[in-house]
Design a protein around this ligand. Structure first.
Ligand code: GLA
Length: 376
């Protein structure tokens, strides 16, 4: 056989090599005590890349193609300094319990647990030093034909921030050649406990440096109801229909159309949207669609899917221009949209919301998929 006959085969081999997704590990910065913080960048061959930090398992950068080229679509910082000084949960992995627990108290098997109070009278996002303010271990980095991934692990000790049980945690970020970033949060425990682990990325599909507010984006959410809140943002317990309110996103709506509608008391309390939409009754075996976001200018479209029952839609209402983010851009109210798949806020105190309980032998799992495409 002539060597030229082997050429197509050789090209095939080279081709598959070239089309493999890539994972690249590098230094990102240092903690005040000198500990190094590494980052892993996942890159595919369809124009996407994602950089995730070992600090807080934070999604620091997410480059997504658009009609006029690629752009970074998440808020965050260029250096560790920003994440340490004004974290704002930018891109962060939050837990053990994302969102609020009323007065930082809950009861499990007759015993009351007291959590750190860090948001008015309530506990928020896992406490003073939640999962977002911890160094995770880079346990596994993979790259292959269809995807590249990084897995971070961490042991959350018994009693950390007041929560019972030692938890073994993992956070896996997978970038696929289908332009999906999949985030898998898993946790096991040695004692009954509670968990609600999610990602707190602020998205602006226009690109946060574009000067366009994320409230210009068009959002669709299939949920027919949401959980209204009291003045400290704890759900009242009511499950309210979105029909006829600014909370109805069942047909595509520009966020700006109603985010300032002060005729609605819930918009006033939240200073915009900062509420949990009720997508399903309980976690589902596979993922379901929670939200679709579209930027009419860049054509970027993002679908958010998860197996969780609720999604917190937060319009960055507390961003006040004091955080100087990537490229020296200051972040103002409405500059990013958060879609946080979760069990409903304060579930441990609201039996009608279901359960956040995790038993020994059981694996807690929140699978989140951010799926990107470009509309013409
Ligand atoms: C969540 C909460 C908000 C706020 C942000 C972080 O989305 O619901 O009230 O705390 O996190 O700033």
């Amino acid at each position: 056989m002539k060597w030229t006959m082997l050429l197509p085969l050789a090209l095939l081999a080279v081709g598959s090599e070239v089309s493999a997704s890539d994972a690249h590990r590098e230094a990102f910065g240092k903690l005040p005590d000198g500990t190094a913080v590494e980052a892993v960048t996942l890159t595919n061959h369809r124009g996407m890349s994602a950089r995730v930090l070992a600090w807080g398992a934070i999604l620091q950068k997410l480059v997504v193609p658009g009609k006029n080229g690629p752009g970074d679509v998440v808020l965050g910082y260029d250096t560790m300094d920003g994440y340490l000084k004004a974290p704002n949960y930018f891109g962060a992995t939050v837990g053990r319990y994302a969102n609020r627990i009323a007065k930082g108290r809950f009861t499990l098997d007759g015993k009351e647990y007291k959590l750190a109070i860090n948001d008015g009278p309530n506990a928020l996002h896992g406490g003073r030093k939640g999962f977002d303010k911890q160094l995770w271990t880079i346990a596994k980095v993979t790259s292959g034909r269809d995807s590249a991934s990084v897995t971070f692990t961490r042991t959350s000790p018994d009693g950390e921030e007041g929560y019972p049980g030692t938890m073994q945690l993992s956070a896996t970020f997978t970038l696929t050649e289908n332009n999906e970033l999949q985030v898998d949060y898993r946790a096991t425990t040695d004692k009954p406990t509670i968990a609600n682990i999610t990602n707190h990325s602020y998205f602006n599909l226009a690109g946060p440096a574009s000067g366009r507010s994320a409230t210009e984006l068009v959002v669709t959410m299939p949920a027919a109801s949401y959980t209204p809140v009291g003045t400290t943002l704890i759900p009242t317990g009511e499950i309210r229909s979105v029909a006829g309110t600014p909370f109805d996103f069942r047909t595509p709506r520009r966020v700006a159309d109603r985010v300032r509608d002060g005729r609605d008391e819930q918009i006033r309390i939240g200073r915009g949207y900062d509420h949990n939409w009720v997508v399903t009754k309980a976690p589902t075996p596979s993922v379901h669609l929670m939200a679709r976001v579209k930027d009419p200018v860049s054509g970027r479209v993002m679908d958010v899917l998860s197996n969780q029952p609720g999604v917190q839609f937060y319009t960055g209402n507390f961003l006040d221009g004091t955080a100087v983010g990537k490229g020296g851009t200051i972040y103002r109210q409405g500059d990013g949209l958060c879609f946080e798949p979760q069990v409903f806020p304060d579930t441990p105190n609201q039996p009608a919301f279901g359960s956040a309980r995790v038993e020994p032998g059981q694996t807690y799992e929140n699978r989140i998929v951010y799926r990107f495409s470009t509309a013409k």
